[in-house]
Design a protein around this ligand. Structure first.
Ligand code: FES
Length: 358
C-alpha cells in the first residue's frame, strides 16, 4: 500500500550547540560541522519535501542559529510551501537576526527552557543562557510571531512545574510543551540521574490538571507522558514512517531522530536518493510501517492502533532487539526491565553534561 505523504520534516541543521544539557537525545557521536549539508543541498531537501506533501518543517539542531545561512534556508523552506518553525535555545537570537529570519519567511518559534529559576536553569543547561532566552521570547512576541516553550522534564525540574507554567505566562507564550526526557543518545547515559520517581510524576500530573482548568484557553498546555513511569507504550512519532521524517545534519534520512542507533537499518541519504523514494520505497522507512512486523502480544492488542507498537528505538536500547514489544508497555514480556529502572530506590547519581556539541 502506498503510504500517505509525511506531514512534518524535522530538519536537524547542525549538531553544534551552545548548551550542554544532560538530557540531550542527539547521538553520542555528533556530526561534525564540516560534514553538514551545504545551503544548496539543504534547500533542495526542502524543495523535495514540499513536492512530497510535507506541510511543516521544524528547523532544529543542535542550535540552528549557528548556521550562518539560516535566513537562506528559511527562504528555501518557505519557497517550497513549508510552514517554518525555528526550534532554538534562544542563544544568538538578537533583534536583527530575528528580523532577517522573519523577512525570509519564518512563521513561529519554539524556545527551550530548563527551569523558571535562572540559576537552576543554567545549572541544567551547563551554560549561561537564561537572559538570552528571556530576551528572545520578548523579541518574538514583539514581532508578533507565535511563541511556544518546550521544557524537557526530569527528576531535577519536575517538582518546579508551576514555575515553568508561570514563566510561559510571563513571557507571553501561546503554548508550553512539558515533555518527559526521551532516553536516547546522550540522555541514555544519564537515565538513572534523570528518571523521575512515580510520586513526582503523580504530583506533576495533578498540577497540570489544575493549571488546565485554571488557564482554559489562555495557554495551550501539552503534557507528553512519561511512558516508562506510566508503563504505557507511547505512540512514538505517530507511527513509524507515518507522519514525519528527520534529515540529520549530514543528510541521513530517518523515520525518527534516534533511529540511527538501530542495527541493520541502513538509513538512506539525500545525497544518494530522492526524498520521495526514501519515504515510499526505502527499507528503512518500511521496516516497522503498519502492523505486519508486530510481535505478540501487540498483534492481538486493541491498543496497537493508537500506540502503533510503541518505540522501536527504546525496544532496541533496552532489549537489544528493535522488533520486541516496547518494554514500556505493562503487557510486554520485557517489562521487568523497565520496572527495575523506574523503581530503583537508590539515590540518583549526578548527570553528565553533554560533550562534543560546542
Ligand atoms: Fe525511534 Fe521511538 S525514538 S521509534
Amino acid at each position: 500500500m502506498t503510504p500517505a505523504p509525511p506531514w512534518a520534516l524535522l530538519a536537524e541543521l547542525t549538531h553544534a550547540c551552545p548548551l550542554r544539557c544532560g538530557y540531550c537525545s542527539n547521538p553520542v557521536e555528533l556530526v561534525s560541522r564540516s560534514a553538514e549539508l551545504s545551503t544548496a543541498q539543504r534547500s533542495d531537501v526542502f524543495r523535495q519535501a514540499g513536492a512530497l506533501g510535507v506541510v511543516h518543517t521544524h528547523l532544529s539542531g543542535g542550535e540552528p542559529l549557528l548556521r550562518r545561512d539560516l535566513p537562506a534556508l528559511v527562504a528555501a523552506a518557505d519557497g517550497a510551501g513549508l510552514y517554518t518553525q525555528l526550534v532554538t535555545s534562544g542563544v544568538g537570537l538578537g533583534e536583527r537576526r530575528l528580523a532577517e529570519l522573519i523577512r525570509a519567511g519564518l512563521r513561529s518559534v519554539q524556545l527551550s527552557v530548563q527551569h523558571a529559576d535562572p540559576l537552576a536553569a543554567e545549572h541544567i543547561a551547563g551554560a549561561r543562557s537564561f537572559t538570552a532566552k528571556q530576551r528572545a521570547a520578548r523579541l518574538v512576541r514583539a514581532a508578533g510571531l507565535p511563541l511556544g516553550l518546550n521544557a524537557v522534564l526530569h527528576r531535577g525540574n519536575l517538582d518546579a512545574l508551576d514555575g515553568l507554567i508561570r514563566l510561559a505566562l510571563d513571557w507571553g507564550a501561546d503554548r508550553i510543551e512539558l515533555a518527559h526526557t526521551q532516553y536516547h543518545g546522550w540522555a541514555a547515559r544519564n537515565r538513572a540521574a534523570l528518571m523521575p520517581t512515580p510520586a513526582q510524576v503523580g504530583r506533576a500530573r495533578d498540577r497540570v490538571a489544575h493549571w488546565r482548568e485554571r488557564l482554559a484557553d489562555t495557554l495551550e498546555l501539552v503534557w507528553v507522558a512519561p511512558d516508562l513511569v506510566d508503563a504505557t507504550a507511547k505512540p512514538c512519532m505517530g507511527g513509524w514512517g507515518a507522519v514525519s521524517l528527520t534529515v540529520t545534519p549530514d543528510g541521513t534520512v530517518l523515520p525518527c531522530p534516534a533511529a540511527g542507533t538501530l542495527p541493520a537499518l541502513d538509513p538512506p541519504r539525500v545525497q544518494d536518493h530522492e526524498l520521495d523514494w526514501i519515504w515510499r520505497e526505502s527499507k528503512a522507512f518500511n521496516a516497522f510501517r503498519g502492523e505486519a512486523w508486530m510481535p505478540d502480544p501487540c498483534r492481538g492488542c486493541a491498543l496497537r492502533t493508537t500506540d502503533h507498537g510503541g518505540c522501536r528505538c527504546q525496544a532496541h536500547a533496552l532489549t537489544g532487539d528493535p522488533t520486541r514489544t516496547d518494554p514500556a508497555c505493562r503487557h510486554a514480556p520485557d517489562h521487568h526491565l523497565v520496572r527495575a529502572l523506574v523503581h530503583d530506590p537508590a539515590e540518583p547519581p549526578a548527570f553528565a553534561y553533554r560533550e562534543g556539541g560546542s
